[in-house]
Design a protein. Structure first.
Length: 340
């Protein structure tokens, strides 16, 4: 461990770990035109080139500072809306300057930073610095014929960990989700939680109750979260099949997230339509937001700056915090070895 690591606060380590982690920055369905994005303060442009490949670049044009997300796509390049300079989405190099009669005189250093871009779960994902982990690929979803529907993103003045913990917390249901879930027991049964590195798992039966939640009947819920920013529930219904809800809060800043999320159904799912599944899950999210946006501090107090007390019902979220701590350690180790 380096001296630099020893002097970093846990918050600083968390921020650095997130810069080396994958986050979504746009929905795939929105790439009919370039999209602006902000990830940990970095201003980005997300676009689909004429070959159908998603691209992520810095948003500022290095000529005179215009916003590239307002520009147009030309082949593999994004064109600046101000003076028409074009920049290749693969390597960031300037490919065309309209005001030049001789394109051989393009300034050789004129380029924009580019970032990896991967499409998965109906979203475009990127990472700001060398990733320390692979992009999320839950084993339980592999090999299934899933239909994904990306929801309209939500905004919350909280950090990534607070957003994930809300998604995975089970003790708030009777107080926050009385409409979407109907009456639910206040006492939480003993939780059986398993952590494997960055992944945390839990299974819990769902008594469908009497709310909008009840449409498909009872089922077994398989919870999973992966540090830093994936949280999901896979609903296993005896007759209807599998449906999924997954949240991917993306940090605009350390204490503000844009919550990308979506639902997925087996292609032959026998329950409600995927649109109806999304409607019900959105109701749950919208019930959460007014409560969560007033949590203080806005991010998990990694440095113990405020006292917190836990109960057995917090076992899942406590294991998520341990997983996030392991991500911090892996990031610092990679940087110390020169791999990050």
């Amino acid at each position: 461990m380096t001296q630099q690591t020893l002097t970093l606060s846990k918050r600083e380590q968390a921020e650095r770990a997130m810069r080396h982690s994958w986050f979504p920055v746009a929905r795939s369905v929105d790439l009919g035109a370039p999209q602006p994005a902000v990830l940990l303060g970095e201003q980005l442009t997300v676009f689909r080139d004429d070959e159908g490949t998603a691209r992520v670049t810095a948003r500022r044009c290095p000529h005179r500072g215009a916003d590239l997300s307002l520009g147009k796509v030309h082949g593999r390049s994004i064109g600046c809306p101000y003076h028409g300079w074009r920049f290749d989405g693969a390597d960031g190099a300037c490919t065309y300057v309209p005001s030049l009669a001789d394109q051989g005189r393009i300034p050789p250093k004129a380029k924009v930073p580019v970032y990896p871009a991967v499409e998965r779960f109906g979203h475009v994902w990127t990472v700001l610095e060398e990733p320390v982990t692979e992009l999320y690929d839950p084993e339980a979803w592999r090999g299934r014929d899933l239909e994904w529907l990306a929801a309209e993103p939500l905004h919350s003045p909280t950090g990534v960990a607070v957003a994930i913990e809300n998604f995975r917390d089970v003790a708030h249901f009777p107080f926050v989700h009385q409409v979407s879930m109907g009456p639910t027991p206040e006492v939480v049964e003993p939780l059986e939680v398993r952590r494997d590195g960055l992944d945390v798992h839990m299974e819990r039966p769902l008594d469908a109750g009497s709310g909008d939640w009840a449409a498909q009947g009872d089922c077994m819920m398989a919870y999973q979260c992966t540090a830093p920013g994936l949280a999901s529930i896979s609903y296993h219904y005896a007759r209807a099949g599998l449906r999924i809800v997954a949240g991917f809060p993306s940090p605009v800043s350390y204490e503000q997230v844009k919550i990308f999320w979506g639902v997925a159904n087996d292609r032959d799912f026998q329950g409600d339509s995927i649109e109806e599944c999304l409607r019900v899950e959105e109701m749950v999210y919208l019930e959460d937001l007014p409560i969560v946006e007033n949590i203080r501090p806005r991010e998990v107090p990694w440095d113990g700056e405020v006292p917190e007390f836990s109960a057995p019902a917090d076992l899942f979220t406590l294991n998520y915090r341990r997983a996030f701590g392991e991500l911090m350690r892996r990031t610092e180790a990679a940087l110390a070895s020169g791999q990050g």
